[in-house]
Design a protein around this ligand. Structure first.
Ligand SMILES: *Cc1c(COP(=O)(O)O)cnc(C)c1O
Length: 402
C-alpha cells in the first residue's frame, strides 16, 4: 500500500474541512485506484515466519487480523481524525458500540460518571442501567446548567458524558465551560457529537478529551449502514481504548467502513445545505406551532451559545403541538413527502414522534424530566427543495387541525 499525502498529519492538519473530507486518510494499492479500495478480508498472509513474529511484536508495520487492523477501516479512521482535529480515531460497529466502548474502556467499579439527562435513549440506558450494574455510580443532570456540573463532581468522578445539541430536545451544552471544568478536575469529558459532526462543531477546539459518534447519522448521510467512532489523543486511543476494543471486538466491518468513507466526501456540503434547509423549514414551522426547539433560530434560549460553538445549527429540530400525542400522530399520518422515520442525518427528510418511538422505552417520568413532551415532533431536514417540504408540512398541519 502506498500512503498518499492524505496520510501525512503535517499536511492534512493544514487542509480546510472540505479538502480533508475528500482526501484525508487515502491509501492506494499498487493498482493506483482513484476511489478508496474495499479490503473485504479478515486475515493477512506473510512472506515468512519472521515477518509474522515482527508484526505481532509490533516492531514491523503491517496488518495481522481485521479485529486489530484493516486498510479500509484505517482509511476511515484517519479521515475522521483529520476532520475532528484529533490525533487518533477508532471506529466501531454502531454508535452505541462506540458509546459503550468509550465509557467501559476507562471505567471501573467505584468510579462516578456525571451525564446530561437529555440524551439518546440508549445512551441513557448505559448511564441509568448498565454502568450501575458494575458498581459505577452515575448522576444525571440538566446539562444546560453549568452550576449543575460543578455541584455533581465527587472525589471519584472520572467521566462527564453528554451530547450537544441533544436528542430530541436540542438542549445545548456549554462546551468550553464543561470541558474546561473537567480538565481542572482531572475528569475525562466524552462528547457525543452525532447531531453536528465535525463539519459543524469540533468539541476538541473547546477542550473535549473524547469525541464519540454515531456515524450512522449525518456522517454516513444516506441511511445505508450503521457505524460508530471514537476520537481522542493518540495516547488515550492506544493505551485506554485499544486494549478494550481489540479484546472485546466491537469492530466495524470493512464494507460498512467503505460506505461511510465515501459518505464523508460530501459531509461538509450536506451539513451546510441541510442546515440551510432546516432553517428555512424551521422558520415556516415556527409560524404555525406554539413551541419551537431549533438552536439556529433566535427563539431558542441558547441560540447565542449554539452559534458560538457551531458553524451552523444542523439538519435536526423539534417542535411541540398543543394537541398532545393525538395531534402529533395526526401530523405524521398526514405527511405525503416527508417520511415517518426515527432515523436522522439522512438526505431524505424524516419525522418522528420521540415519546412513542426513540424515547418510548425510558418511561414517562424520565421523558417528563428531559422535556420530551407528548406533543413533540422531531424532524431531520434533508436535501429536497425546502419549498416542497414546506408545502408538505403546510397541508399536514392543516389536516391535523393546526
Ligand atoms: C443514533 C444515536 C446514537 C446511537 O447510534 P447507533 O448508530 O444507532 O447505534 C447515539 N447518540 C446519538 C446522539 C444518536 O443520535
Amino acid at each position: 500500500m502506498k500512503k498518499t499525502t492524505g496520510t501525512d498529519r503535517a499536511v492534512t492538519s493544514k487542509w480546510r474541512t472540505a479538502t480533508k473530507a475528500v482526501r484525508a486518510g487515502t491509501w492506494r494499492s499498487e493498482q493506483g485506484e482513484t476511489s478508496e479500495a474495499l479490503f473485504l478480508t479478515s486475515g493477512y498472509t506473510y512472506d515468512d515466519a519472521a515477518t509474522v513474529a515482527a508484526r505481532f511484536a509490533g516492531t514491523a508495520e503491517g496488518m495481522t487480523y481485521s479485529r486489530l487492523q484493516n486498510p479500509t477501516v484505517a482509511m476511515l479512521e484517519e479521515r475522521i481524525a483529520a476532520l475532528e482535529g484529533a490525533e487518533a480515531c477508532r471506529v466501531q460497529a454502531t454508535g452505541m458500540a462506540a458509546m459503550t466502548t468509550a465509557l467501559l474502556c476507562q471505567l471501573r467499579t467505584g468510579d462516578h460518571v456525571v451525564a446530561g439527562r437529555a440524551a439518546f435513549g440508549s445512551c441513557r440506558w448505559l448511564v441509568d442501567t448498565l454502568l450501575p450494574r458494575f458498581g459505577i455510580e452515575t448522576t444525571v443532570i440538566d446539562a444546560r446548567v453549568n452550576a449543575e456540573w460543578e455541584a455533581a463532581i465527587r472525589p471519584n468522578t472520572k467521566v462527564f458524558f453528554f451530547e450537544t445539541p441533544a436528542n430530541p430536545t436540542l438542549d445545548v451544552v456549554d462546551l468550553a465551560f464543561v470541558c474546561g471544568l473537567a480538565r481542572t478536575h482531572g475528569i475525562i469529558s466524552v462528547v457525543d457529537n452525532a447531531f453536528a459532526t465535525a463539519a459543524l462543531q469540533r468539541p476538541m477546539e473547546f477542550g473535549a478529551d473524547v469525541v464519540a459518534y454515531s456515524a450512522t447519522k449525518l456522517m454516513e448521510g444516506q441511511g445505508r449502514v450503521l457505524a460508530g467512532a471514537v476520537c481522542a489523543s493518540r495516547d488515550w486511543i492506544d493505551n485506554v481504548l485499544l486494549p478494550f476494543q481489540r479484546n472485546t471486538g466491537p469492530n466495524l466491518s470493512p464494507f460498512n467502513a467503505w460506505v461511510v468513507l465515501k459518505g464523508l466526501e460530501t459531509l461538509p456540503l450536506r451539513a451546510q445545505r441541510q442546515s440551510e434547509n432546516a432553517l428555512e423549514v424551521g422558520r415556516f414551522v415556527e409560524s404555525r406551532v406554539p413551541h419551537m426547539l431549533h438552536p439556529g433560530l433566535p427563539s431558542h434560549p441558547q441560540h447565542e451559545l449554539a452559534m458560538k460553538q457551531m458553524d451552523a445549527a444542523g439538519p435536526i429540530f423539534s417542535f411541540v403541538v398543543n394537541g398532545g400525542r393525538q395531534q402529533a400522530h395526526g401530523v405524521l399520518d398526514a405527511l405525503q413527502l416527508i417520511d415517518i422515520s426515527n432515523n436522522i442525518g439522512d438526505a431524505k427528510s424524516l419525522m418522528c414522534h420521540p415519546a412513542s418511538s426513540t424515547h418510548a422505552n425510558m418511561g414517562e417520568e424520565a421523558r417528563d424530566e428531559m422535556g420530551v413532551d407528548e406533543g413533540m415532533l422531531r424532524i431531520n431536514v434533508g436535501l429536497e427543495d425546502p419549498a416542497d417540504l414546506i408545502e408538505d408540512l403546510d397541508q399536514a398541519f392543516a389536516r391535523a387541525g393546526l
